[in-house]
Design a protein around this ligand. Sequence first.
Ligand code: IPE
Length: 268
Amino acid sequence: MVRGLSAQLTVLKLGGSVITDKEKPLTPNLAAIERLAKEISRANVSPLVLVHGGGSFGHPVAEQYGLSEGYKDSSQIMGFSITHQVMTKLNKLIVGSLINHNIPAVEVQPSSCVVTKAGRIQSMEDRPLRKMFEMGFVPVLYGDVVFDSENGFAILSGDQLVSSLAMNLDARRIVVGVDVNGLYTGDPKTDSLARLIRHITLEELKNLEPLIEGSKVTDVTGGMLGKMFELKPAVEHGIQTIIVNAAEPNRVYKALKGEKVVGTVIER
Ligand code: IPE
């Protein structure tokens, strides 16, 4: 029964750059959160799992304490706690907004159910998630600090989580919401010649990689290149993947509904 359900599963990622103001530490973009909750409610897709990023909540704190290299000394211990705490604050805003729009959202803390090994997901307790889908809940996960069997702890990006969830739960498709229209041949924020790629295969992506710019603002998990690296295994697995601009009204709605929308479709 659960397998049948999850064959229809949609995994939606909301990038930290959309739901927060990436230039101002610990500043949510409440208008964007509210609009996206409305779009998700209107699209009414089920089953659905949501994963959101850290933006100006997780990234600056994780960087301040040097968490991305794993445990080095005891001064990082408080840094782990604070990074997790700020992520739960951001998560509460999103879950709250979804509930206000009548979506039965439930927070799922990655730090409590995922263990990584050298930064890669080693195990995940997914039984509560499966039960949630069966009962019609919308679990909401996020990029988080997690415990790591080799390095003490690690930063788990929302993108790695998206790919892993989609593959393990046999999702039908992934919608990734970012703050640009999709994948470009350069950095659209600094290069006026950068062109939006509407459709790309994994083979074509390989040739393009040297051109894709890393993100300029603090991003401890690797910008657009890191995103593509994480999404690739899910695409290889045959999961339809689309990147859309979640900062633009209705793009996430259309992508969730499977309607034609500006963005980048990535296919095997
Ligand atoms: C980062 O998550 C989480 C932490 C730094 C703790 P993501 O890497 O998914 O966040 P965004 O979407 O790039 O902001």
